[in-house]
Structures are given as C-alpha cells and as structure tokens.
Design a protein around this ligand. Sequence first.
Ligand code: UDP
Ligand code: MG
Length: 306
Amino acid sequence: MNKISVVVPCFNEEEVLSMFYKKTSEVLNEIEDITYELLFVDDGSKDHTKDILRALSLKDDHCEFISFSRNFGKEAAMFAGLKKSSGDYVVIMDADLQHPPILLKEMYKAVSQEGYDCCAGKRVDRTGEGKMRNFLSHTFYKVMQKMCKMDMSDGCGDFRMMSRQMVDAILELKEYNRYMKGLFSFVGFDTKWIEFHNVQRVAGESKWNFSKLFAYALEGMFSFSTAPIVWIGNIGTAIMISSIIMAIFGLLVHVTSMFHLVCLILFLSGLQMLFVAILGQYTTKDYMESKQRPIYIVKETSRNLS
Ligand code: UDP
Ligand code: MG
C-alpha cells in the first residue's frame, strides 16, 4: 500500500488549520488503497498554530508536526517537511486552502499510474490579487525564465506531488539559500501540469508583503542566475567605449561643460555602487553557505517524529 505525505508549512495559520485538516483528510480518505500522513511544519508562529497542531496530532494518528524555534521562512519549512516525510509520494500544500485538496486525487493518479515523477498544480489566473502584485509577479517570472533558462513560469508554485526519488534528489541539494521553485526545475524529472483557478485564502492574511516578495525575488535571481554579472561586464565595457569616443569628440570640437561633467560623474559613481552591490549579493550568498548554519532549528515535534 502506498503512503502519501502531505507537507504543510504553517505560519500564523490558526484561523484556517481546522478547515484545512477537515477538507484535506476528506479527500485523502477517498483515495483507495493508500495510507497517508499530514505533516505540518509550524514556522515559528506567534498565534495558536502550535497548540492546534499539538491537539491534532493527539487526536488523529495521521497528523504529525514539527515546530521551529523561530520563523525561518516557507522555504525552510518545506525543506524540513520533505526531510521528515516518509511517504512513497510527497505533496506540498499551503495551509490556507489556496491549493485545492480535490486535485490530490488526480495528482496521485498521475504519479502512481501514469508514469510521472511529479504532478504539479499550475495556477492559470490571479483573480482576487492586487493589480500591482499581479504585474510584478508576472514580470519577475518572465525575467527569471530568460535569465535562468529553466522552467519557472508564473503560476507554477510549490503545490506538487513528487515521487520519493525526486524528493530524495531535492534533499541531496544542501544549499543554505534555498529557492524551491528553482530546485524543482534543477532536479528535472517528468512533470505533469494540472491547471487550476486561483482561490482566495479561506481566512487569515497572506504572509507576504511587498518587501518580503522583493527579497524573495532577489533570492531567486541571485541563487539561480549569474546573468547580472555578465550584464555588469557588458554595461561597463559599453560605458568605457563610449567615454573614449566622447573624449576624442571633445578634443576635436573643444567642448567643456561643467554641469554635464558633474552629471556624468554622479551617474558613473551610482552605476559603480550598483555593480558593487550586485557582486556583493553573490559574495554574501557564498559567505552564508560557508558558515554552514542549519537551515532551520526544531523546538518541538509530535511524538512519532522525535
Ligand atoms: N508560510 C510559512 N512561513 C512564512 C510565510 C508563509 O510557512 O514565513 C506558509 C503559510 O502559512 C502558508 C504558505 O506558506 O501555508 C503560503 O503563504 P501565504 O498564503 O501567506 O502566501 P501567498 O498565498 O499569499 O503567496
Ligand atoms: Mg496563500
């Protein structure tokens, strides 16, 4: 009998957890000839998330939880969940029911009968999300697709069921700066895509604000692409060549303009600072990797996981 592990990262999700548990268990109980575990990862929540998870694990043997010592972020929570999972197939789901549990049936069929290693949900619209967030996300994924030459299109999130082989391949990647969408793409394997429409979270609030999303976008870019370094080189070369041409032109026609000179100096200093900052991003990534700090720290787990 196959076992499905459902990994659920949770950060301040007290309002949605019982609904998530009810709906997801209902669907899992309808899938024939399987056993399952619901593996919740409390990512340092400040509300009653941990108490609810503790109660669930005592009430239902299918439920297990790990609780972090502080908020380490969704990437760390997903990694911890994958690491603790024991199923033949593992699916990652958000706690707010934005990943429709009903799709689990089709996902399981794809990985257990149709020969796929992975079956992933692809959100085809962003109805209900702010226009600005919509536009920025779309642009970010377009740029990433070009820069990384990997399949990271908009709407392809973390909602996916994977074979044990694929999960183990992801766990082999020990990097500290984890960007899961990139890691899924990096390990490869045959993926079936199932499209679904965006649903609003059932309760509570999104944990992402503009600055968190911006940091996440930079994380993705600097973890998976070295294209910005190539850009720096190209821009620097272009500026050098133009300045030589301008100098020759200046000698020929004897132009002097203090104001333009100041503007040029300011522009070039700004550009240099930006380039140093971009290089710095790669160096700090390397710095964090070399420290080999743990990706997360566990404070408490349910009985079966300890
Ligand atoms: N999450 C987490 N740690 C965080 C932020 C979010 O574990 O630091 C979880 C959150 O509880 C939810 C999932 O990641 O289960 C997706 O978060 P959210 O719904 O806030 O993101 P959105 O759907 O708005 O992209
Ligand atoms: Mg959500």
